[in-house]
Design a protein around this ligand. Structure first.
Ligand SMILES: CC(=O)SCCNC(=O)CCNC(=O)[C@H](O)C(C)(C)COP(=O)(O)OP(=O)(O)OC[C@H]1O[C@@H](n2cnc3c(N)ncnc32)[C@H](O)[C@@H]1OP(=O)(O)O
Ligand SMILES: O=CC(=O)O
Ligand SMILES: [Mg+2]
Length: 524
């Protein structure tokens, strides 16, 4: 008998989500899969240490057969054949309605990078998703503005659960914290899979931050079990996997293969990818030092290698290739900011469409028409460009790892920006907002990881700035004090002090903390 304890406080309508049957389903998932999750997390560390020591990663010899044999992933379900524009965002009620009404083909309903896993967000997000699936979702803002779904065409919901590394401490299963990914997946699947199928859609997921095909195999086994247990036809659950860690870039084909019955595509999650490179090669010396974050664009040679390989690999296997997030966001009160953001997003989406991606992401409803236009320019009447095989592309391990050729500078302004943005974002995250507009850019857990890991990397490598100063822990502490002072009237006091402490912890610890959300979670 599985012992399940709900330790989280009351959340409105939680009794509709945390039903005895739903909790029993979570218990079954944990009995079958939680220990495998633990083993896979342990394996990550060993591989990372080796890569960090040698500065090398390569395609796996043990899976050569998978790369060289002939196979295809399952065909796309009808409502995922055209994914030219996808809007991402947290599952907060008003934003959920705005996303569904935005004109995007897909809403990536995010319980991950854009979400603080406060218990209210975890359970409240599931309430909102259940209403969104049933199209009953409505909301009245404190100012009295009413929100409801408009018309009869809404974005298809693709939910993103937490990555494998995060636990859910408000649920204990057999005396241990629950696995965040299984909680998010399990509750959504339990309450919505059948309903979605009855409505001509299905339980669709974005799967984040995986580091190997064995982690994809675990997801595939979870899907297979969940379908059997809930009497849902095999293969109706679908995954789009984010290739957003450097080891996963070496296992794209293997990941597609593991999930082939449930596969929808791969996505180029550029922000976590950059973070992962810093993390993986943290002790591999100056060859992996990245310049200022703003200098690292998608045209850097190693980023071109990654995205080109992703399109080539997906289309060879019949899977969708999905583009990533340009962080520039419009500001309805500032036309100049908006004009700049629209131009940047045009460029980004135009390059992705030209490269062969089948669609891409935007962070804001006002960007939906830009992405739509750029993809429609290339797709015309076709729903996707799976037929564009990109046989011209051939990418080597050296090209994927060629960080050294990235043009850019390491500047004092870049260092200060990393500290400033990192602290502001952590304060927002602690306050319950996992996505925030900061200096006209979208910031979320992935971009914040870059800020803090870049500071860590520059200290570790004693990087010289444009001013001639060397980056040291003391210099960063001085900056942190200065940034803290400058934010006293900007950031609520209750979040500022913990955000500063947390930033210092994740940017200056001797041993690189794996994820900033791990220590941050202990503070909420
Ligand atoms: C690296 C990655 O993983 S990227 C994916 C994860 N990140 C995300 O999903 C971030 C998504 N974007 C957002 O969360 C938001 O756009 C933010 C936080 C960056 C900016 O939000 P705001 O400051 O509220 O923007 P703004 O004031 O311009 O919003 C205008 C309207 O658009 C809505 N809106 C803005 N972004 C979104 C969105 N992504 N989805 C739905 N509605 C949105 C707002 O709710 C607001 O609605 P209202 O007029 O009815 O009040
Ligand atoms: O999840 C997306 C990313 O860029 O990270
Ligand atoms: Mg990410």
């Amino acid at each position: 008998m599985v012992d399940i304890q709900v330790l989280g406080g009351p959340v409105e309508r939680s009794e509709e989500i945390l039903t005895p049957d739903a909790l029993a389903f979570l218990g079954e998932l944990h009995e079958r899969f939680a220990s495998r999750r633990d083993e896979l997390l342990a394996a990550r560390g060993a591989r990372r240490d080796e890569a960090s020591r040698t500065g090398r990663l390569d395609f796996l010899e043990s899976t050569r057969e998978v790369r060289e044999s002939d196979w295809q992933v399952a065909g796309a379900p009808a409502d995922l054949r055209d994914r030219r524009v996808e809007i991402t965002g947290p599952t907060e009620r008003k934003m959920a309605i705005n996303a569904l009404n935005s004109g995007a083909k897909v809403w990536l309903a995010d319980l991950e990078d854009a979400n603080t896993p406060h218990w209210e967000n975890v359970v409240g997000g599931q309430v909102n998703l259940a209403d969104a699936v049933r199209k009953t979702i409505a909301f009245t803002s404190p100012e009295g503005k009413s929100y409801a779904l408009k018309g009869d065409k809404h974005a298809v919901i693709v939910m993103r659960p937490r990555g494998w590394h995060l636990d859910e401490r408000h649920l204990e299963i057999n005396g241990k914290r629950a696995v965040g990914a299984l909680v998010d997946f399990g509750l959504y699947f339990f309450h919505n899979a059948r309903e979605l199928l009855n409505r001509g859609s299905g339980p669709y997921f974005y799967l984040p931050k995986m580091e190997s095909h064995l982690e994809a195999r675990l997801w595939n086994d979870v899907f297979t079990y969940a379908q059997e247990a809930r009497d849902i036809p095999h293969g109706t659950t679908r995954a789009t996997v984010l290739i957003e860690t450097i080891p996963a870039a070496f296992e794209m084909e293997e990941i597609l293969y593991e999930l082939r019955d449930h596969m929808s595509g791969l996505n180029a999650g550029r922000w976590d990818y950059l973070f992962s490179i810093i993390k993986y090669f943290r002790d591999a010396g100056t060859d992996f030092v990245l310049p200022d974050r703003n200098d690292v664009t998608m045209t850097a040679p190693f980023m071109r290698a990654y995205t080109e390989l992703l399109v080539r690999t997906c289309h060879k296997r019949g899977a969708f290739a999905m583009g990533g997030m340009a962080a520039f966001i419009p500001n309805r009160r500032d036309p100049e900011v908006t004009e700049k953001a629209l131009a940047k997003v045009h460029d980004d989406k135009s390059r992705e469409a030209g490269d062969g991606f089948d669609g891409s992401w935007v962070a804001h409803p006002d960007l939906v028409p830009i992405c739509d236009e750029e993809f429609t320019n290339v797709l015309g009447d076709n729903p996707n460009q799976l037929g564009k095989l990109r046989e011209d592309v051939s990418v080597t391990a050296e090209q994927l790892l060629d960080v050294r050729s990235t043009p850019g500078n390491t500047t004092a302004a870049g260092l200060r920006a990393a500290v400033d943005v990192g602290v502001r974002y952590l304060a927002s995250w602690l306050g319950g907002n996992g996505a925030a507009a900061i200096h006209n850019l979208m910031e979320d857990a992935a971009t914040a990881e870059i800020s803090r890991s870049q500071v860590w990397q520059w200290v570790r490598n004693e990087v010289t700035l444009d001013t001639g100063a060397t980056v040291t822990a003391d210099l960063v502490r001085e900056l942190l004090a200065d940034v803290r002072q400058s934010l006293t009237d900007v950031v609520p006091a209750e979040h500022l002090a913990p955000a500063v402490e947390l930033f210092e912890q994740v940017a200056l610890a001797d041993d690189f903390p794996d994820f900033l959300t791990l220590p941050a979670y202990e503070r909420i």
